[in-house]
Design a binder for this molecule. Structure first.
Ligand code: SF4
Length: 409
């Protein structure tokens, strides 16, 4: 196969750590029958399916999904009114068959990284309405460029329809058919979950991505203005940035606070050091006719009580609790994760994250150091403001979902 790849294909794609992510460093093209398998399918319904890697039969035939697992996938798609080869285009996280002693094997993360540029270029080129990520390799390939935290595998991601803002498409992770096939005897429920996830993904073909305005953030120098900005009868979402996680531990403070008054508009201010100067804000907390929302409201409740000496009245919604009621899988209720899967917004805490962390639970973190620098202060307060905005948007979306599912609230 000498000469199959151009010089550019084997020598481009610099990796930040210095290693080259190229076909040459991947090397899978060397041993397979069909190197760099081409996308296959007519794409009538504008769906891209991304599998793991070509298997034995696929490699022999020169196209994806030709073996037993491909037939399983074809059957379930057909049942849901989608033709795997007419309505979709099919690619894999790696385009060449990975082998060990002549048998199929899983592609390594480095091989997936080497092939990632080609996967992303194809999504960009085809402009699909829907991208179905079948299994861990596809999730690593695509979401690995978007989600900065740990990916933790398909069980954490399956079932979500993530609006991808870069490609203007829905990204729907589901199980890989080979996993479903292996589970058929012991855990037949896997196939039911798989079918439901795929059906929900196909519903997205008729739904446009929600469009939100750029958040309007107002920095308040003087919180006495709060009285005129937030009125009784309003619904707000609020959030604190604090010096740690234990409000009753010695020396802890609320550093700043944000109050979103809609899905787009938010006020943010530094919390005054003297309690009497916090009065306008405390009045808001005490007013039960100002309905409050937060993500994990017991955090705001405890800090309000310990630092500001008041209980919060008028709680309406806890978006963390609601996320758990809607989907009780572990590890998915955090605001950053929910913001990503619901709005496609990647982790916006990057600049301030290390300052928010403390070694031990009673310890004081480094946010006050950040507040002493103009740029740091701006970054922290913006981060705080975005938390409130995304909480608000999430709550609005969840309340609609509760209504659709007829859940009491
Ligand atoms: S799997 Fe992708 S990166 Fe690796 S050799 Fe084949 S085309 Fe190149």
């Amino acid at each position: 196969m000498t000469g199959f790849f151009s010089k550019k294909e084997t020598q481009s794609n610099d990796r930040p750590e210095g290693k080259l992510l190229t076909c040459y460093s991947c090397g899978l093209y060397k041993d397979c029958i069909t190197p760099k398998m081409q996308p296959y399918g007519n794409f009538d319904k504008r769906i891209i399916n991304i599998g793991e890697a070509p298997g034995t039969v696929d490699d022999q035939e020169g196209k994806p999904w030709q073996g037993k697992t491909g037939r399983l996938l074809q059957r379930i798609y057909e049942r849901l009114g989608v033709d795997l080869f007419e309505d979709c285009v099919n690619i894999n996280a790696v385009s060449c068959r990975p082998m060990k002693n002549g048998k199929n094997r899983l592609p390594s993360n480095v091989e997936i990284e080497c092939c990632r540029k080609s996967v992303l270029s194809l999504i960009k080129l085809y402009k699909p309405k829907l991208v179905v990520l079948l299994g861990n390799a596809a999730i690593y390939s695509v979401l690995g460029t978007r989600w900065k935290g740990s990916l933790n595998g398909v069980n954490e991601w399956r079932g979500f329809a993530i609006p991808d803002l870069e490609f203007n498409t829905w990204i729907c992770p589901v199980f890989h058919p080979s996993f479903v096939e292996r589970s058929l005897e012991d855990q037949p429920v896997t196939q039911i979950v798989w079918g439901q996830d795929l059906q929900n993904a196909f519903y997205k073909l008729n739904e446009k991505l929600s469009v939100y305005n750029k958040p309007e953030i107002t920095f308040l120098e003087d919180i006495s203005m709060l009285d005129s900005l937030i009125k009784t009868g309003q619904t707000i979402s609020f959030d604190y940035e604090t010096t740690g996680i234990k409000p009753h531990a010695k020396g802890h403070k609320i550093v700043c606070c944000s109050i979103a008054v809609s899905e787009d508009k938010v006020y943010v201010f530094e919390m005054p050091g003297k309690i009497e100067l916090c009065k306008p804000f405390i009045n808001i907390l005490k007013d039960k006719n100002i309905r409050k929302m937060a993500h994990n409201c017991k955090f705001e409740e405890n800090w309000s009580y310990e630092i500001l000496g008041t209980r919060v009245r008028g709680w309406l919604w806890d978006s963390m609790l609601a996320a758990h009621i809607l989907d009780n899988r572990a590890g998915i209720t955090g605001l950053k994760f929910q913001t990503f899967v619901n709005f496609g917004i990647q982790d916006y805490s990057v600049g301030v994250k290390s300052y928010l962390e403390a070694e031990n639970s009673n310890d004081i973190n480094k946010v006050e150091t950040l507040m002493q620098v103009k740029k740091g202060k701006q970054e922290l307060m913006e981060y705080c403001a975005l938390d409130s905005i995304y909480q608000y948007r999430l709550a609005v979306k969840q309340i609609k979902e509760f209504e659709i599912r007829n859940l009491p609230f």
